[in-house]
Design a protein around this ligand. Structure first.
Ligand SMILES: *Cc1c(COP(=O)(O)O)cnc(C)c1O
Length: 378
């Protein structure tokens, strides 16, 4: 029996990537900037809705950092962030010395709870609130209509963390087009990858040009490298952008494959009432199902916990992972303000991400279900 490792979410190349990377080598464009970067950016613009512009960067975290910088976030300012997320969302707020206020999730999407957001804005000094960052966790769109309305009412810009949600839509619009600025990630485990990379996306081309400027050390237009402000070295290289161009060609296919995985897990668990899924609440929501996430309630499962499931899979060399530990529960953010009722704490306690790569094959699923059958169907 094959015991090779089944990963949570591993890179899935199409074969097209190599021709773009080779072209970079053949033309000696082994540099930040170049035709692959331009091509990758325009592929993303076109994919999202043709109305946005994109700056390709070294990571999604860099995109959020630049977004905050561009919106003028500095020390003493407040940034409101969904607590249930990966540290790439929150770290940049700390880089800039701003204060983080955390918002709970709602049951329905597992993302930012609009009511808790509203409560926070009512209680905080709104003049100090410089940005709100909702996240589309595991590809599930947040309730962007409500969140946008609230943000507009209080006059606070939205940074949309769409790192996990390329290919997802809400009310027919692509995730990544809702925020004043959005961040994408092409890290190795995301739905498409450039090995490591990210992008800042906006409808406002001033923001995107500013991002390109800041990402190349904020060089003024002078041959002698003159600087009037502090910049960063965050631009994507022309070599990895070649991988991105190849990956964009199969993005829709990857979304279909991840959604098919999700369906396979749903069929398996259809007769296991103690296991619930992260669900699309209505037809407004279309998730790329980057990761399939389940909740294992021990009370409904003869005492089985999500950790039992994780360890049983691990024993068979199969990777699964608890949901993100909420940021307001992290030692590094101890004592920070948090608005909510503990919804994300409960999700964290019971939640598990199952192997979800678009390259999983039938034998992989057989191995996974062998383990899950022993646990849930005996
Ligand atoms: C991956 C991810 C990021 C950061 O992306 P990197 O490219 O790894 O820096 C940010 N937010 C969320 C929710 C992510 O999953």
């Amino acid at each position: 029996m094959s015991r090779s490792k089944i990963w949570l979410s591993s890179p899935h190349m199409s074969g097209i990537e190599e021709s773009y990377v080779k072209e970079a080598f053949n033309t000696n464009w082994i540099a930040p900037l170049g035709p692959n970067v331009d091509g990758f950016e325009s592929d993303i613009n076109e994919y999202l809705d043709g109305q946005v512009s994109t700056a390709a960067l070294i990571s999604g975290t860099a995109a959020i950092h630049l977004a905050l910088h561009i919106l003028g976030v500095g020390s003493g300012d407040i940034v409101i962030v969904q607590s249930f997320t990966f540290c790439g969302t929150t770290n940049p707020v700390s880089y800039l010395g701003a204060e983080i206020v955390f918002i709970d999730s709602e049951e329905k999407t597992w993302n930012m709870c609009p009511d808790a957001l509203e409560e926070a804005l009512k209680n905080l000094n709104v003049k100090s609130v410089k940005a709100i960052i909702p996240v589309h966790l595991y590809g599930m769109p947040a309730q962007m209509d409500k969140i946008q309305k609230i943000a507009n009412r209080y006059g606070v810009p939205l940074i949309e963390d769409a790192a996990e949600a390329l290919g997802s839509t809400f009310q027919g619009k692509k995730c990544g087009t809702f925020g004043d600025i959005a961040a994408l990630s092409f890290n190795g485990n995301k739905i498409i990858t450039t090995s490591g990379g990210g992008a800042l996306v906006s409808r406002n081309s001033n923001y995107t040009s500013k991002a390109r400027f800041l990402a190349t050390q904020a060089r003024d237009e002078a041959l002698h490298y003159q600087h009037s402000e502090i910049g960063y070295n965050y631009r994507m290289s022309n070599v990895v952008a070649g991988i991105g161009r190849g990956q964009m060609k199969v993005l829709d296919e990857r979304v279909a494959q991840r959604r098919a995985n999700n369906q396979i897990y749903r069929s398996f668990f259809a007769d296991v009432p103690g296991v619930r899924f992260q669900n699309e609440p209505t037809e407004d929501y279309f998730s790329n199902y980057w990761l399939t996430a389940i909740l294992v309630d021990p009370i409904l499962n003869k005492g089985i916990t999500r950790e039992d499931v994780r360890l049983a899979l691990w024993a068979e060399n199969i990777e699964s992972r608890p949901l993100w530990k909420p940021m307001h529960m992290q030692p590094v953010y101890k004592g920070k303000k948090y608005y909510g009722t503990g919804v994300c704490e409960k999700l964290f306690e019971q939640g598990l991400c199952l192997p979800s790569g678009s390259n999983l094959n039938q034998q992989d699923f057989e191995r996974i279900f062998q383990v899950l059958t022993k646990i849930f169907k005996n």
